[in-house]
Design a protein around this ligand. Structure first.
Ligand SMILES: Cc1cc2nc3c(=O)[nH]c(=O)nc-3n(C[C@H](O)[C@H](O)[C@H](O)COP(=O)(O)O)c2cc1C
Length: 191
């Protein structure tokens, strides 16, 4: 079994990335293979609404920008998907939105098997406010794709500003560790 995790922050080792790694560590303890993909900072663009994905019918996007189809392929091959995002003006980062729109539309246009039945969860970083919208944006994506959404003991977020601040957020750390344990259990039940 495999989980692919997208770091939607341009900070390669920022709070989102460090939080994702806390979840992945728990998954790995349960023998689940993991991969972290750097999405933030990549040149990825939004959906063109061209409808070509429903003509091509190959679970891919016609737009050839920075590896979006590689990201979609990684999702196709995974049993579980983690989307991590910093909170940017009370929402996901631009790169995360591009992934959601394009992967979501490709999936819908190809019958939905790309995402159906997979376990999904969000990981959110925030300095102070707006993170519940970020959390919702990611979970709304999972929730329209027949995915199984994994939860924790608190909403999956950390209060942190500068890279590494998450390491001082004890409740955040506990939330992500519990999330990893829950995701491992859920994956074993669902898949
Ligand atoms: C463009 C931008 C917008 C931001 N918007 C918010 C916001 O709406 N609310 C908030 O509390 N923090 C906001 N922040 C702070 C980040 O969410 C916070 O620093 C987070 O820990 C960054 O995660 P990272 O280290 O993974 O990049 C913003 C930061 C940037 C760069």
């Amino acid at each position: 079994m495999k989980v692919v995790a997208f770091n939607g922050s341009p900070r390669v080792n920022g709070n989102t990335s460090q939080s994702i790694k806390m979840v992945l560590a728990e998954l790995e303890k349960e023998g689940i293979e993991t991969e972290i993909v750097q999405l933030g900072g990549r040149k990825v663009f939004g959906c063109l609404a061209c409808g070509k994905c429903s003509e091509m019918m190959n679970n891919r996007c016609v737009r050839k920008d920075d590896e979006m189809n590689t990201f979609i392929q990684k999702i196709e091959e995974a049993d579980g998907i983690i989307i991590g995002s910093p909170t940017y003006f009370s929402n996901v980062s631009t790169e995360v939105k591009a992934l959601i729109d394009r992967c979501g539309y490709v999936s819908k246009s190809n019958g939905g098997a790309l995402l159906r039945g997979k376990v999904g969860t969000s990981v959110v970083s925030v300095r102070r406010a707006g993170s519940t919208f970020t959390y919702s944006a990611i979970n709304f994506f999972f929730g329209i794709a027949e995915m199984v959404i994994c939860s924790s003991s608190y909403w999956n977020m950390t209060l942190s500003r500068d890279p590494g601040d998450v390491q001082n957020d004890n409740e955040g750390i506990q939330t992500f560790q519990t999330l990893g344990k829950n995701m491992a259990k859920l994956l074993k039940q669902v898949r």
